[in-house]
Design a binder for this molecule. Structure first.
Ligand code: AP5
Length: 214
């Protein structure tokens, strides 16, 4: 199963991707997580990407496309994967289409989580992220069982550096201008599943599996 979770920042992509991993036992490929790991390791690519991420801007396509090409070639992607946060521009979507065609595989479903901007700021400012496995929680809407401790791996929960009101505004602007056009791209490909992402986490999960036909 080759899947993609799609939506604005804070729409719930990472949250729902965790349920897809459990169900299908395939890896989540989050370009945001890969970039944050590169920043933590202080690689040249990570240091370059950090400048864009701190301002809520998209990292250049050439960097991101190279990351995905390398990642999809890894062994654990052979039985499928869940793309989270990629693609975010039309050139990235075209590059993915060409890459998957070269690999002889295709995209099965794009799960699009629709959440209005008015709900996004509250979601992002209340988010807590696991420092070990990257799982997302929310202090009010999706709390961990034990405060500041991850339900999945017991890692410490932290606030992401770009989870502040100012950065969220630029991330939303980047979403609407550069990423939202991909809705038409994947609708035309016939793989788009549009879900109401404003419902409670468990309800969105149920709707998602029903839409996939699982
Ligand atoms: P990235 O890490 O991908 O961030 P994002 O797209 O901004 O998405 P988020 O991780 O913020 O949100 P999410 O949809 O996963 O929501 P979550 O499930 O956590 O990218 C960061 C940066 O890296 C970008 O700004 C860019 O600079 C760069 N980058 C990454 N990929 C790139 C690319 N392809 N091209 C160029 N640049 C790239 O949920 C959010 C919160 O809401 C959580 O607290 C959660 O608990 C809560 N929540 C989830 N679902 C619900 C619900 N149903 N009801 C109530 N609360 C909910």
């Amino acid at each position: 199963m080759n899947l993609m979770v799609f939506g604005a920042p804070g729409a719930g992509k990472g949250t729902q991707a965790k349920f897809l991993i459990e169900k299908y036992d395939i890896p989540q490929i989050s370009t945001g997580d890969i970039l944050r790991a590169a920043i933590a390791e202080k690689t040249d690519m990570g240091m370059e990407a950090k400048k864009f991420m701190d301002e809520g801007k998209l990292v250049p396509d050439s960097t991101i496309i190279g990351i995905i090409k390398d990642r999809l070639a890894e062994d654990d992607c052979k039985s499928g994967f869940i793309l989270d946060g990629y693609p975010r521009t039309l050139p990235q979507a075209e590059a993915l289409k060409a890459l998957m065609s070269d690999m002889g595989i295709s995209l099965d479903k794009v799960i699009s989580l629709n959440v209005p901007d008015s709900l996004i700021v509250g979601r992002i400012t209340g988010r807590r992220v696991c420092s070990e496995c990257g799982a997302s929680f929310h202090v009010e809407f999706n709390p961990s069982k034990v405060e500041d401790v991850c339900d999945y791996c017991s890692g410490k929960l932290l606030i992401r550096k770009d989870d502040n009101v100012e950065t969220v505004k630029s991330r939303l602007e980047a979403y609407h201008t550069q990423t939202a056009p991909l809705i038409a791209f994947y609708t035309d490909m016939g793989v788009m599943l549009k879900l109401d992402g404003t419902k409670e986490v468990a309800q969105v999960t149920e709707d998602m599996f029903k839409a996939i036909g699982a």
